[in-house]
Ligand binder design. Structure first.
Ligand SMILES: Nc1ncnc2c1ncn2[C@@H]1O[C@H](COP(=O)(O)OP(=O)(O)OP(=O)(O)O)[C@@H](O)[C@H]1O
Length: 417
C-alpha cells in the first residue's frame, strides 16, 4: 500500500445523518487537520449520486454508462449498479474517492470482489469509506475515525460506541386497528406458478412456484442480481413482464382486469430509494398521511379520520413527538420508521419491505427488526421482507431463496427450523 495515499474508514456514530459529514469533506472543512484533503479532486459514490445519475440518464439522455456496459444504470441490480458506477467514476481519475455505505446491500461474494478491486486502487487514490454497520469496515484501509457531533476522532473498530437513546418505538401501545372492515382477504395473497422471466437473451427467473398466504411473514433472499426486485415488481404491478405469466394476486389472475391502483391499495411498499431524493419541507405526519394516496409526500387534503389514523401510527412507533418536524431533518432510523408507518397506514393486506435496514447502524437495524416483528405478529398484515442477509432479531415464519443459475434463478422454500 502506498505511503503517499491516505485511506480512511469513517464510522458514523449511531443514527446521524451523513449529509453534514459529506458536506464537510467536500468543503475541505477538515483540511486544517488533514492537509492532504485540501488539494483534492474528490468523487463520491453514494445511493444519492447513483440515483442522480439515473435521473440524468432518463431525463437528460446521459448514455455514458450505457456505452460502457450495454445496459442503462436504472435497469441494473444494485450490485451491477455499483460495479458500473465505480468503473465510471474511476475513469474520471479522481484523487480521492469517498464511498458512502458502499458495501451495505452487497452479498458476500460481491463484498469480496469489491474489497479486492478497491484494495487494488489504493496506490492510485485516497480512499474514504463511510459506514454505519460494523460488518462494512474495510480492514485494508489503514486509519479509522468515528464521526460524532460534527467531529472526527480516532476510533478503535473493535469497540462499538455507546448506545444512543431515543430510537425505540412505544412497546406498550397496541398496533392500530383498521378503521373499517375491508373486503374479505383471500387465504392466498400471491401465487406464482412456473413464472419464467428474461430480458432479451438474459434469463432472470426460471420456473418460480411460490405461494404467500394470509398471516405469513416471508424472508425473500438471494445474492445480488438473483432477481428479487424483478419478482417483487410482478406483485407491485410495475413490471409489464408479469402479463402472460401465471400469477394470482389476492385471488385474481393477474391481467384479468384489475388496475394498478387496485393492487396498490392492497400493498404497502417500502424501498430505500423512495426517500433519498425527497427534499420537500413536509412534516413526519404528512409523510405518514401520504400513504393513503400512494404518493411520497402529501399533495392532497387528508380527512380528519385519516389524520387520526396517521397519529395512531406515529404513537405506535413512538414518534408522535416528531409529528410536526420536517421529515428530511429526522435521523435515518426515524425516517425509516415513518416510512413503515406510511406503508401501513391504509392497513394493506400485504406489506413489502425491500432492504428496509440498509444504511442503518447495527442498533437502529435491531430496532427496525423489532418494529417489523410486532407488525407481523400482532397485526393482520402479511409481510414479505427482502434482503441479502437475515437481520439479527427478525423472526420471519417462512423463507424463499433465489438461487442463480445459467437459465435464470430458481426459487426454493427453505425451512427456518
Ligand atoms: N429492464 C431490464 N433490462 C435488462 N435487464 C434487466 C432489466 N431489469 C432487470 N434486469 C436484470 O435482471 C437481473 C436481476 O435484477 P434484480 O434487480 O431483480 O436483482 P436483485 O436480486 O434485486 O439484485 P440486488 O440485490 O443487487 O438489487 C439483473 O441482472 C438485472 O440487470
Amino acid at each position: 500500500m502506498s505511503a503517499n495515499q491516505h485511506h480512511w474508514n469513517i464510522k458514523l456514530a449511531q443514527a446521524p445523518d451523513r449529509k453534514p459529514l459529506l458536506t464537510a469533506l467536500l468543503d475541505k472543512k477538515y483540511s486544517a487537520d488533514f492537509e492532504w484533503l485540501a488539494q483534492q479532486k474528490i468523487r463520491i459514490i453514494s445511493p444519492k449520486t447513483i440515483l442522480s445519475f439515473i435521473d440524468e440518464e432518463l431525463i437528460h439522455d446521459n448514455d455514458a454508462i450505457l456505452k460502457q456496459n450495454g445496459q442503462m444504470l436504472h435497469s441494473m441490480s444494485s450490485g451491477e449498479r455499483k460495479q458500473a458506477y465505480l468503473q465510471y467514476v474511476l475513469a474520471q481519475k479522481p484523487d480521492t474517492l469517498i464511498l458512502d455505505h458502499f458495501l451495505d446491500n452487497l452479498d458476500t461474494n460481491a463484498r469480496t470482489h469489491f474489497s479486492d478491486l478497491l484494495k487494488s486502487q489504493c496506490e492510485e487514490l485516497h480512499l474514504i469509506n463511510i459506514y454505519s454497520r460494523d460488518d462494512d469496515h474495510m480492514i485494508f484501509l489503514s486509519d479509522t475515525y468515528l464521526y460524532e457531533n460534527d467531529t472526527l476522532s480516532i476510533y478503535d473498530p473493535t469497540t462499538g460506541p455507546e448506545s444512543a437513546g431515543d430510537l425505540r418505538f412505544n412497546n406498550n401501545h397496541p398496533i392500530p386497528k383498521a378503521s373499517k372492515i375491508g373486503p374479505e382477504v383471500p387465504q392466498e395473497l400471491v401465487e406464482f406458478k412456473s413464472v419464467t422471466i428474461s430480458y432479451l437473451d438474459k434469463s432472470i427467473l426460471r420456473d418460480i412456484n411460490w405461494k404467500v398466504e394470509k398471516g405469513q411473514f416471508w424472508h425473500l433472499y438471494g445474492p445480488n442480481g438473483s432477481g428479487k426486485t424483478t419478482l417483487l415488481t410482478m406483485i407491485t404491478g410495475d413490471n409489464p413482464k408479469a402479463y402472460g405469466q401465471n400469477i394470482k394476486l389476492f385471488g385474481k389472475q393477474k391481467g384479468s382486469g384489475e388496475t394498478i391502483w387496485e393492487i396498490k391499495q392492497k400493498v404497502g411498499y417500502f424501498t430505500t430509494n423512495m426517500t433519498f431524493q425527497f427534499k420537500r419541507m413536509q412534516t413526519a405526519q404528512e409523510m405518514v398521511l401520504s400513504g393513503f394516496f400512494d404518493s411520497i409526500g402529501l399533495y392532497q387534503i387528508a380527512g380528519d379520520h385519516q389524520v387520526k389514523l396517521a397519529n395512531e401510527w406515529l404513537t405506535f412507533i413512538g414518534l408522535s413527538h416528531l409529528a410536526k418536524q420536517p421529515f428530511i431533518n429526522l435521523s435515518m432510523c426515524h425516517q425509516r420508521m415513518i416510512m413503515i408507518a406510511r406503508a401501513m397506514v391504509k392497513h394493506p393486506p400485504l406489506l413489502i419491505l425491500d432492504e428496509a435496514s440498509v444504511d442503518l447502524d447495527d442498533e437502529s437495524a435491531r430496532r427496525m427488526s423489532a418494529l417489523i416483528n410486532r407488525i407481523a405478529h400482532e397485526g393482520e398484515t402479511t409481510i414479505i421482507y427482502v434482503s441479502h442477509r437475515l437481520e439479527p432479531g427478525l423472526t420471519p415464519s417462512n423463507s424463499f431463496e433465489l438461487i442463480p443459475g445459467d437459465e435464470g434463478s430458481q426459487g426454493i422454500v427453505n425451512s427456518l427450523n
